[in-house]
Write a new protein. Structure first.
Length: 137
């Protein structure tokens, strides 16, 4: 006895739909968990007190975090930019040729970095980048 082909096709579609739904549920479950990960941010260093140069120097800031898979996936698709205000920190000033360069150790501004990232709901484990640099004319 042979089943009509419409019934076989319908069963195949239901099975494929079930497999796709189970795969989607598994993927969402994995992304909702918290993972340790190293993220790279573009950090814009500025000072609201105008004691240091007002220009925005872009640095690559590497941070080890604990974040949900959704946040990590969002970060990998669109790398966010952090605005770090250094108004309470003294920058180390060095003169190299005709350029004035400022150096700020990240250990001195950990609070500002955590504040800039904390609004995203992630936990900072360790700041890997040792210092942030910016120049003045």
């Amino acid at each position: 006895m042979r089943l009509p082909s419409k019934i076989i096709n319908r069963k195949s579609y239901v099975f494929l739909l079930f497999v796709l739904g189970a795969t989607g549920a598994c993927f969402i479950n994995k992304l909702s968990k918290v993972y340790p990960y190293q993220l790279s941010f573009t950090a814009c260093v500025y000072s609201s007190t105008e004691k240091t140069p007002a220009n925005c120097a872009e640095n690559l800031l590497k941070i080890r975090v604990r974040a949900s898979g959704f946040y990590i996936m969002k970060h990998l698709t669109r790398s966010p930019r952090l605005n770090i205000d250094i108004k309470k920190t003294k920058a180390v000033r060095t003169l190299i040729e005709d350029q004035v360069e400022y150096n700020i150790p990240t250990s001195a501004i950990q609070g500002s970095i955590r504040e800039a990232i904390g609004s995203e709901g992630i936990e900072v484990d360790h700041i890997i980048t040792e210092s942030l640099l910016f120049e003045s004319d």
